[in-house]
Design a protein around this ligand. Structure first.
Ligand code: HEC
Length: 150
């Protein structure tokens, strides 16, 4: 009997600790500003502004890729770019939160391009060798549009 009560208490305590950790870690996914593990892109690319104009056509193509299953950015970064997609809970560091104005203002276009193309070693961020340069620049336009305006 005593053993059962101790077990029950132990289980309750573990559950509470688990829930607390879950809460604490899920908070990291919408953090703003956010820690970035990625290195800096080579300077020529770092200083390269997006060569594409902000047209409806480019935005539409970029959004389609972002939400498509095979490209799958949303699975980690979330449909709205808040960094909390269905796979996000399993990763440390967490996916970038593109809605965070402070973080995004500190990342130039060329750096976003470089991160998408080559991925970030030792994190969940994959390289995207199947995407053309134009598709990557279209994605950069989409990410810029996700920033919280207020
Ligand atoms: C499997 C999960 C996963 C997928 C899929 C994924 N990302 Fe990421 N992404 C991450 C993680 C984790 C990071 C954080 C890396 C870090 O801290 O530097 C990240 C970081 C980034 C960055 C950060 C660049 C910087 O300089 O801070 C960009 C841009 C980005 N992702 C864009 C994308 C786009 C666009 C797609 C789809 C083409 C995509 N990601 C798909 C997990 C993912």
């Amino acid at each position: 009997m005593i053993k059962t009560i101790t077990d029950a208490l132990y289980t309750t305590r573990s559950t509470a600790i688990f829930l607390a950790l879950l809460l604490a870690s899920s908070h990291a996914y919408s953090q703003c500003p956010q820690y970035r593990k990625i290195a800096q892109a080579p300077s020529a690319l770092f200083n390269q502004p997006n060569p594409l104009e902000l047209t409806r056509q480019h935005l539409r193509a970029g959004k389609r890729a972002y939400k498509s299953r095979d490209v799958g950015c949303y699975k980690c970064h979330g449909k709205k770019g808040t960094g909390d997609g269905p796979l996000a809970l399993s990763f440390a560091p967490p996916p970038r939160n593109f809605t965070c104005a402070e973080t995004m203002a500190s990342i130039p276009d060329g750096q976003l391009f470089w991160g998408i193309k080559h991925g970030v070693p030792n994190t969940a961020m994959p390289a995207h060798p199947a995407l053309s340069d134009e598709q990557i620049w279209q994605l950069v336009l989409v990410l810029r549009g996700m920033v919280d305006k207020d």
